[in-house]
Each structure stands twice: as C-alpha cells, then as structure tokens.
Design a protein around this ligand. Structure first.
Ligand code: 5GP
Length: 204
C-alpha cells in the first residue's frame, strides 16, 4: 500500500522539529524528507541530513529540471522539496513527512490533493512568545519578527486539514501519529484493495 504524504507546518517556536524527531524515534514507517535550500548552513547542520545546501544557480537548475515538488522563498532564501525521494518512499509504503512553511504546504496540496496538511501550534500565543524567549538565542527584534510572521500564518490556518496543539510532547506526537494512521483508511489510499475486491467479484 502506498504511504501517506503528510505536510507539517507551524509557527516558529511551536516545537515542530522536536515533534518530528520524537515521531520518528517512537514509531516505524516514517520517512522525513530533506529539503534543498540556498541558505547558509548553521553551526552543527550537516549536508544531506539537515538540508541539501545549494547555490542559487544549482537551486534554479533543480527548478528548471522539475526536480522539486514545491519551493518557496522564506525570509530571503529558497527552500524546496526534492521530488524523487518523496516518490520513492511513498511507493515503498512509507508515510512521508515534509516539515515546510505555509506557502509550500498549499502548493503541495494543490498538486497532490491526497496530501494531509497538519498545523502544529502551542496552546496560546503567550506560550509561543515564552518558548521563543526560552531559547535565549533570539534578540528582541527576531522575537518581534517571528510573532509578526505568526500573525500572517494564522491567516491561512483554515486551509489546513488538522490542527494539533503541542502542549505536552508525547500527547502531541501520539495524536499526530493517530491521525496519520487514520489516513490509510481513506478510500483514495485503498486502490489496491479495491482492485482486489473487484477482481474477486469478477467471477460472479
Ligand atoms: P530554517 O531556515 O529555520 O531551517 O527554515 C525556515 C522555514 O523554511 C521553516 O518554516 C521550514 O519549515 C521551512 N522549510 C524547510 N524546508 C522547506 C521546503 O522544502 N519547502 C518550503 N516551502 N519550506 C521549507
């Protein structure tokens, strides 16, 4: 059976990265897509693990060759999802996770209507601000920019399929896992089984 394509977005500071990491640790059958980006690597980031780091020319080349499912400009850098890995993993029956921002998420949905869009949010915006401050690496200016960006992103939350509140990590991870597993029951995911039933009925 083909796996589900799951797009996860959320405000900066919502804890998406931690949720994804825990989901992959706790349950089998997930594959996390590694994006291409033109932004510079941060300390500790590894080529091919965190991102595929590209020059603007190499990124343009990937676009021209149709190698990306979607791409978007976020804060001055390009980010895109490589197509081949996602297709291979879905065909192998894996549930593929894309952790991408909202413009890209909507492009995925337009192209692949069966994709499930999940928005992760902290329980309140006061909590979001507290989490951003808690990182202790962000300046006041960056915190203000991220809260402004959250305000913009909140404007399109209705276009997502599910909203998951990240209050307690394990609860959030289990809820996300549960809703992804439910996607396998969707009729559109059951093509092989439906074909089998039709084949069996053909003798009557
Ligand atoms: P960062 O620079 O902090 O790693 O990522 C910035 C934003 O880009 C995050 O919201 C992240 O989810 C998003 N992002 C990462 N990869 C992709 C991608 O392939 N496509 C799109 N549209 N957004 C991405």
């Amino acid at each position: 059976m083909q796996g589900s394509l799951v797009v996860v977005s959320g405000f900066s500071g919502a804890g998406k990265g931690t949720v994804m990491k825990r989901l992959l640790e706790k349950y089998d059958n997930y594959a996390l897509s590694v994006s291409a980006t033109t932004r510079q690597p941060r300390e500790g980031e590894q080529e091919g693990v965190s991102y595929f780091f590209k020059t603007p020319d190499a990124f343009s080349d990937m676009i021209a060759k149709g190698e990306l499912i979607e791409y978007a400009n976020y804060c001055g850098n390009f980010y895109g999802t490589p197509k081949s890995y996602v297709e291979q993993q879905l065909q192998a029956g894996k549930d593929v996770l894309l952790e991408i921002e909202v413009q890209g998420a909507l492009k995925v949905k337009a192209q692949i209507p069966d994709a499930v869009l999940v928005f992760i949010t902290p329980p309140s915006m006061l909590e979001l601000e507290a989490r951003l401050r808690g990182r202790q690496t962000e300046t006041e200016d960056v915190i203000a920019k991220r809260m402004a960006r959250a305000k913009e992103e909140a404007g399109i939350m209705e276009q997502y399929d599910y909203l998951v509140v990240n209050d307690a990590l394990e609860t959030c991870v289990d809820e996300l896992h549960g809703l992804i597993q439910k996607q396998h029951d969707r009729i559109s995911q059951q093509k092989a089984f439906i074909d089998k039933i039709r084949q069996e009925l053909s003798i009557y």
